[in-house]
Design a binder for this molecule. Structure first.
Ligand code: SF4
Length: 453
């Protein structure tokens, strides 16, 4: 854990009332430093050594590293807990698709097309894989750089460049340096030669050791050389070792604040498992513990979607229910004669109801009331989905200007709010809909037919 304000204040000069840092006292400045709201160099009386020591002590225990650029950048690290239920996991792992330069042109194109096209809309989000990992396997440097060039020109994704051949690795880096690729692997054998080349065009580097112990001197030397955009690969030989190593690194960084291991990690189910199903199962374990990047040899919609949903669930903050924005949604391009339904803003409720409307093929308006992410019945019990609150929302959401018929369908489970809602919405007729979203398909077509008749 970074140090507290009461520890920091002992390192400050204690000049009473000088305020040159912008804060009334050293103690106020120390508290701001501890919360990450100020930088130590704001105090002009600190020595450069003290500033460096404070910056080091205040740095997050696992460094934040970015791969890729622009809207496709993947940020990993900066995690604060071992177990997700302690607080939350913050930066979801990037899922990378391996492309070997030994694969046929057709296969390469198929994989690029796949990662571009396999995107899944999911409760207001788009779930997708994030990175491509060109792999130098052919022994022909020209083939590898041609592959990297092709990927660079046909996608905007970040890359994990994998090559044991340093010349090929840095030639490939030069093609896509502006895309901020991860260079892998830096090892004890190539570290000395790699450092000056990395510094020419700084991008993140993946450090590989035969063991966790071997990583420590490598990251220390890189840090001494001013290279801190680092990702760790502990050289695990099988899945059991991999989970052990990932857990050890996370614990060393968070519990011991051991800086040489305070970096995000990468895992390679593509090399650990030969069988496609086992590879996906390994990836599923890695989503829980703990790599920042997971490299797969291949996937399709049936293996990728479950991984993406799992990743979404694990990296959703458990302290806050998933919720969608309060407003009226248009499902299947409704017109002014379409039915109007209302529900709560728990994301799952919204997803189920809107999907049921789509399945019924009846264009509709779906008014979603903010219930702080609670389901309809719980929200009613908490006073967030009563006749008065729903009525106030319907008046202000603007649906009255959009729709011709003032007839609102409420969920059957809260039929009891009908009278109160009629009082709150003069001029509206209130209809009680089905109790379950699964019954919407049987309800909505007939309701709409009567409405229009
Ligand atoms: S500038 Fe330095 S000495 Fe002055 S109040 Fe701020 S922290 Fe204290």
């Amino acid at each position: 854990m970074p140090i507290s304000g009461s520890v920091i204040v002992k390192k400050l000069p204690g000049r009473k009332g000088c305020k040159e840092c912008g804060f009334p006292t050293c103690f106020a400045f120390a508290m701001k430093l501890a919360s990450g709201g100020a930088k130590p160099d704001k105090c002009p009386y600190l020595t450069s050594e003290t500033i460096a020591a404070l910056e080091d002590a205040l740095a997050p225990p696992i460094k934040l590293v970015q791969i890729g650029a622009g809207e496709n950048a993947v940020q990993i690290g900066n995690e604060e807990v071992i177990y997700r239920h302690e607080k939350t996991f913050v930066h979801p792992p990037g899922i990378a698709l391996l492309i070997s330069d030994k694969e046929s042109e057709t296969k390469v194109e198929e994989k690029i097309k796949k990662i571009n096209e396999l995107q899944f809309p999911w409760i207001g989000l788009t779930l997708k894989a994030n990175l491509l990992a060109p792999y130098f396997e052919s022994g022909d440097r020209n083939k590898f750089t041609a592959l990297v060039k092709k990927i660079y020109e046909s996608t905007n994704l970040g890359m994990v460049l994998i090559s044991e051949d340093m010349d090929a690795l840095f030639s490939a880096r030069d093609i896509c340096a502006d895309r901020y690729p991860l260079l892998y692997p830096v090892t004890k054998e190539n570290l000395g030669a790699a450092i000056p080349k990395i510094k020419e065009k700084p991008t993140p580097v993946g450090v590989r050791g035969e063991s966790i112990e071997e990583l420590v001197p490598l990251t220390t030397k890189l840090k001494d050389a001013g290279i801190e955009e680092v990702i760790l690969a502990p050289g695990s030989k099988n899945l059991r070792e991999a989970i052990r190593d990932q857990t050890f690194i996370r614990r060393a960084a968070l519990k011991q604040n051991f800086r040489p291991l305070g970096y995000p990690t990468i895992a390679f189910p593509c090399f650990l498992a030969k069988d496609g199903l086992k590879e996906i199962m390994a990836a599923s374990l890695f989503i829980i513990k703990y790599p920042g990047i997971i490299v797969l040899s291949d996937f399709d919609q049936y293996s990728l979607l479950p991984l993406l949903v799992q990743r979404l669930n694990i990296y959703t903050d458990p302290r806050f229910p998933m919720a969608v924005e309060e407003k009226y949604y248009e499902v299947l391009e409704p017109d002014e004669y379409s039915p109007i339904l209302v529900t709560s803003n728990w994301a799952l409720t919204y997803f189920l109801v809107s999907s049921a409307i789509e399945a019924a093929k009846v264009p509709s308006f779906l008014c979603v009331k903010d219930t702080e992410g609670l389901g309809v019945v719980t929200a009613w019990g908490a006073g967030k989905f009563g006749g008065d609150t729903v009525g106030a929302f319907i008046k202000k959401c603007g649906i009255a200007d959009r729709a011709k018929y003032k007839k609102l369908v409420i969920p059957g489970k809260v039929a009891r709010i009908k009278g109160e809602l009629e009082d709150a919405l003069p001029g509206w007729e209130i209809a009680v809909g089905p109790r379950e979203a699964t019954e919407i398909g049987g309800f909505l077509p007939e309701f709409t037919r009567k409405l229009k008749a």
